[in-house]
Design a protein around this ligand. Structure first.
Ligand SMILES: *Cc1c(COP(=O)(O)O)cnc(C)c1O
Length: 453
């Protein structure tokens, strides 16, 4: 195989190891077909297939994807894309040494959150802040450091699971904090919390944001301010696992600043949800409590890298400088329906010019990332003929495209798509590779209304 001119040329381009792996894979496919009783073709291992597999062998396994799902903070696709300035700062800080844990004024050892703490305090009106790996880690740390060996009271309406197996009762168990359940799924009253504190003096209160679901109908939950008053009367803490890092109340989510103002002692948020930055868990609140978390041994285990701090600082500066509208995730959430229609029309025209029939359709995007579960983002996309097989070919292209299936057709939502021309050529190339990608039985269906966001 390696002596074939086409494969030799491939080896020159992508390296001998990748060309060899591609040839092996192509032979393996041919062998499986022949063993399955397929007709013997003139050349059972065509050069074209080896070249295709070679391109995919040589590409990084973790690679860029064009998000044509209309879900902005798609957890499976990496949530918030970083702003170009954040990326520049990551490259700068990661390419060499940095003052990650050195105070350049005194020359003494500092702590790494110090670079972002003043910005976090200013933006969220918090006394102190600490940064760990993600919000799940922040919750684990806060419970372990402040309530470990003790107990926390949680409403039965908030014993939730948030994407990827973050289950509140399980995280609590891991933190060494005993769970005291109060109330019911739909209704929990202040008296329920008070009774639990009567029976368990010294237990703290934990509020968990209903990030990825809503309870409608006959419901009742005390305000954060009422919970905070009760906690402080009993000399215990109110911890608030909020998830959403929204700064702008106009986004429609409860904000960390609001929670702190209402009296929560410690609020926990994610960096890569509505804050639009890198994956991070941010603890905000009273100085003494933040310090206890910072000094707890779990803090070391949840420590994050210099790249995260570089990206987070740049993202926070954009917020502070009134430039949050430039953050890719917020830009996609706020995109005007008219602008999206124009983008979809441009895509349909490009596809049509190359003979691929495409119609502009209305779409319903989501915020995703377990944020604002009821919010629908009216947008636009392009519908083309094709089913599972085309979706599979779109996914295996370079760049990969993740799209939706609606009524047996493929729909490309353009909300999160910057480069229409690039998407058009990826779609045309996938549509042309008809031989490949017969729907595999294990292929996941991504029906539009089944999107896990
Ligand atoms: C999203 C979310 C989490 C988990 O956040 P990660 O940053 O993904 O770990 C925890 N709690 C709540 C309330 C959330 O919304």
């Amino acid at each position: 195989m390696l002596a074939r001119p086409a494969v030799r040329a491939l080896a020159d381009r992508v390296g001998r190891a990748s060309a060899k792996a591609a040839a092996r894979a192509a032979i393996g496919e041919a062998r499986a077909l022949l063993q399955g009783g397929a007709e013997t073709a003139a050349d059972p291992v065509p050069d074209a297939r080896v070249l295709e597999l070679g391109a995919s062998e040589a590409a990084p396994r973790l690679r860029r994807v064009i998000n044509a799902t209309g879900v902005v903070l798609h957890t499976n696709l990496g949530r918030a894309p970083l702003h170009a300035e954040a990326v520049r700062r990551v490259v700068e800080v990661a390419s060499g040494y940095s003052n990650l844990e050195v105070d350049l004024v005194t020359g003494r050892r500092g702590h790494r959150s110090a670079h972002v703490e003043p910005l976090l305090c200013e933006l969220f009106a918090a006394e102190a802040a600490h940064v760990v790996n993600n919000c799940a880690g922040a919750t684990l740390l806060a419970l372990g450091a402040l309530a470990g060996g003790g107990a926390a009271v949680v409403s039965r309406g908030e014993l939730v699971e948030i994407g990827g197996g973050f289950r509140v009762p399980e995280v609590m168990a891991q933190s060494g904090c005993r769970l005291i359940e109060v109330g019911t799924t739909n209704r929990t009253r202040l008296e329920d919390y008070a009774a639990a504190l009567d029976a368990n003096p010294g237990a703290h209160l934990l509020r968990v944001h209903r990030s990825n679901f809503a309870v409608v109908g006959f419901t009742e939950m005390p305000e954060v301010s009422a919970l905070a008053r009760l906690a402080h009367e009993r000399k215990v803490y109110l911890l608030h696992d909020l998830g959403s890092g929204a700064l702008d109340p106009a986004l429609g989510d409860y904000t960390a600043a609001q929670s702190l103002r209402e009296g929560a002692d410690l609020v926990l948020i994610s960096g890569d949800k509505l804050l639009g930055g890198p994956q991070a868990g941010i603890l905000l609140g009273r100085r003494a409590l933040v310090e206890r978390c910072r000094r707890h041994p779990l803090s070391r285990a949840l420590r994050v890298d210099k790249m995260l701090f570089a990206a987070l600082e740049a993202t926070l500066r954009l917020h502070r400088d009134g430039r949050s509208g430039e953050l890719p995730a917020l830009k996609a959430i706020h995109a005007a329906p008219e602008e999206l229609r124009q983008r979809a029309t441009a895509l349909a025209v490009k596809l049509g010019e190359q003979g691929l029939a495409a119609t502009v359709v209305e779409t319903e995007g989501r915020v995703g990332g377990g944020s604002l579960p009821l919010r629908r983002l009216p947008g636009a996309g392009v519908s083309i003929a094709g089913g599972q097989a085309l979706l599979a070919r779109l996914r295996s292209g370079i760049p990969a495209v993740v799209a939706l299936l609606r009524d047996g057709r493929v729909v490309l939502d353009v909300r999160c798509v910057d480069e229409v021309a690039e998407l058009a050529s990826a779609v045309l190339s996938a549509a042309a590779r008809t031989g490949e990608g017969a729907a595999r039985p294990e292929s996941a269906t991504l029906e539009e209304d089944e999107r896990e966001v």
